[in-house]
Write a protein that binds this ligand. Structure first.
Ligand code: CP
Length: 311
């Protein structure tokens, strides 16, 4: 394994990573992907390192993926979920985390509904912080595993055309993907109903389309996002049925193309809304490869941040 290190001791977002950081994470993940496909899937790299997974918001993939990554690296792992904790009794985020850190925790993986929560923590505590999704802001390890999965299929991302389709307005996956893909030289187009596309998104250097057919014709890869009803206090679309009719990816869309494109989805999927079951289960889709790659990417991030601490 290389002795190179990341430019930061935390992973708070993709915005603050360099292209070299991303390449180092990918090269490290290549090694860990081999490890997790061996009969003995465990290495001692994080022995004597204690990691706390703090989830203040629901998760299936990210939570399991981080825990598996930590255990494959031989870390000691503690899991915290806000539901059933003393958060419900009025304890602040900082008090909760400081209490956990008093038990000698070295690294914190945190998902929180408030944008900037992990940045806040990084300014107040000494442990390495990994942002596992902060509200509508960033989800850096998701973007890394998405870009890694594209690289695995297409080689370099330079010049590749990536469409992000769906609820861009509420999506931390969209923002982290835009930063990551652009740093790696890809062209990004976002597509969705006008109400779900942020007004100033073109300032990030992305193109905007409201036409799913044309967007799918343009792209090499379509990353399909779900409608985040849990973050919507007003109605942005008339109904899910109407959304599915105008922006759901259907087999007919793919049949009309004169080329093969890759379909991605970060999960959780709403089958029959943003993506039909036929498309989600088709040979075009690499959705479960993304999940597999997530473990290798998270092992790489944990390993690189822990190595930085050890210096
Ligand atoms: N992709 C993703 O973040 O999924 P979870 O919310 O299940 O972790």
């Amino acid at each position: 394994m290389s002795s190179a290190s990341l430019s930061s001791r935390h992973l708070l977002g993709i915005k603050s990573l360099t292209e070299e950081d991303i390449t180092l994470i990918f090269e490290t993940a290549d090694n860990f992907k081999q490890v997790i496909n061996r009969p003995i899937k465990k290495v001692p790299s994080l022995r004597d390192v204690t990691v706390a997974n703090l989830f203040f918001e629901n998760s299936t993939r990210t939570k399991i993926s981080f825990e598996l990554a930590e255990k494959r690296l031989s870390a000691d792992v503690v899991n915290f979920s806000a539901s059933g904790s003393s958060v419900g009794k009025g304890e602040t985020l900082l008090d909760t985390v400081n209490n956990i850190l008093s038990m000698k925790v070295d690294m914190v993986v945190m998902r929180h509904p408030a944008p900037g929560a992990s940045v806040f923590l990084s300014k107040h505590i000494n442990a390495n912080i990994i942002n596992a999704g902060d509200g509508t802001h960033e989800h850096p390890t998701q973007a890394l595993l998405d870009a890694y999965s594209i690289r695995e299929r297409l080689g370099s991302l330079k010049g590749k055309k990536i469409a992000i389709i769906g609820d861009i307005l509420h999506s931390r996956v969209a923002l982290s993907n835009i930063f990551c893909l652009q740093k790696l030289g890809a062209k990004v187009k976002v597509c969705g109903p006008p109400t779900l596309i942020p007004k100033y998104i073109t300032q990030l250097g992305v193109e905007v389309s409201y036409d799913i057919g044309n967007t799918l014709k343009w792209c090499d890869v379509a990353n399909v996002l779900r409608i985040q009803l849990e973050r919507q206090d007003i109605k942005y679309i008339p109904s899910l049925r109407e959304y599915a009719l105008h922006f759901g990816v259907q087999p007919e869309h793919l049949n009309q193309l004169d080329k093969e494109i890759i379909i991605m989805h970060p999960g959780p999927m709403n089958r029959g809304v943003e993506i039909s079951s036929e498309v989600a289960d088709s040979e075009h889709a690499i959705i479960l490869d993304q999940v597999e790659n997530g473990v290798a990417i998270r092992m790489a991030v944990l390993y690189l941040l822990a190595s930085e601490k050890a210096k």
